[in-house]
Design a protein around this ligand. Structure first.
Ligand SMILES: [Zn+2]
Length: 332
């Protein structure tokens, strides 16, 4: 994914002192409205193993052997949990004109009900570590433990939980391909950058797996596994799905994860949620690791050779996964 810019004004009005009050009010409000249901325990060890398995295939770059093998494994795994799995496949055109093979995997629970939400992440990995601090590494592929594998891993563990306890609503878990094949940093900017990233989710948004598909809202996970992650409220998420952002953040705070889910606005990120919002008009938010203190605005290992298993922390996987399960099982 790609960062567009950081707004400096909007959320600065949320000062430190009113932030606490706002958070408490939001949490109390959310707690009042939510039904009391038993929410399964998200297993962070299981999610961690799902990351490790993906990395074991090597880089998951479109049209590589590792990509194909990982795709086959994801298809099998999702099929072992979801009552129905749809595979979309075909070719998409990259920024450089190359035709790339892709597969999107969609696992569906209660596929007939219109009362549903969608959860998504990208499973491909970036071909170039173009933000690596060492110029020698910038043509090397990224392991993408966090930027790709972590979101998929949290969704696979979510799928496993859904297979053990049926949700009250319909769910679609979508694993999108070819998110991270945008132009390398050292190329001059040409064309519409928004259309050069998130090619798998763009394809799905234009050609949903069911005609007239819709959902009440969507949640995208991207870079949800690094130690001490901070999830700021991403710009497009607030623009298109502001109420859902506030509700999800309130849920996270209520169950004890306010250290991860911060009440601060981050930048606008071109990611898989953008076509879903703009083409399918499904309000979709992005839970994405944004770091105000890093030079890129993302977590420091973003698009570097350091995005490997060592950055992954089970506490972060647990915070995101447990929040997601709570959101899902509390929906009626
Ligand atoms: Zn990326």
């Amino acid at each position: 994914m790609k960062k567009i810019f950081i707004p400096l004004v909007l959320f600065l009005l949320m000062t430190a002192c009113n932030q606490q009050g706002t958070r408490q009010n939001a949490n109390q409000e959310a707690a009042k409205q939510k039904p009391r249901v038993a929410v399964p325990e998200f297993n962070a060890d299981s999610a961690y193993e799902f990351i490790k398995t993906q990395l074991g295939f090597g880089p998951r770059i479109p049209d590589s052997r590792g990509h194909e093998q990982c795709g086959d494994w994801l298809h099998g795994k999702l099929s072992s949990y979801a009552p129905e799995v749809t595979v979309q496949k075909g070719k998409v055109t990259a920024f450089n004109g190359h035709l790339l093979s892709f597969r999107n995997f969609i696992g569906s629970w209660k596929p007939e009900t219109p009362n549903r939400i969608l959860l998504c992440a990208h499973w491909d990995s970036r071909p170039w570590a173009d933000h690596d601090p060492d110029p020698k590494n910038r043509k090397k592929p990224v392991d993408a433990a966090n930027d790709g594998a972590s979101g998929v891993a949290v969704l696979l563990e979510t799928a496993r939980q859904l297979s053990l306890k049926a949700p009250a609503i319909g769910i679609d878990i979508m694993l999108f391909d070819v998110e991270d094949y945008g132009p390398p940093q050292d190329l001059p900017v040409t064309g519409n950058q928004d259309e050069q990233w998130g090619l798998g989710s763009r394809y799905w948004s234009e050609n949903p797996h069911r005609s007239n598909y819709t959902a009440r809202y969507g949640i995208l996970l991207d870079m949800v596994g690094a130690a001490n992650a901070t999830f700021l409220m991403e710009g497009f998420s607030l623009q298109y799905a502001g109420d859902i952002v506030k509700s999800v953040w309130a849920t996270a705070g209520r169950i004890g994860y306010s250290a991860f889910f911060l009440y601060e606005q981050g930048g606008y990120i071109t990611d898989d949620h953008l076509p879903i919002n703009q083409i399918r008009n499904i309000p979709t938010l992005d839970i994405v690791h944004l770091d105000k203190n890093s030079s890129t605005g993302f977590y420091p290992g973003w698009h570097t050779t350091h995005d490997n298993l060592e950055v992954i922390d089970r506490h972060t996987l647990k915070a995101v996964g447990q929040t997601l399960l709570t959101v899902i099982y509390e929906e009626q």
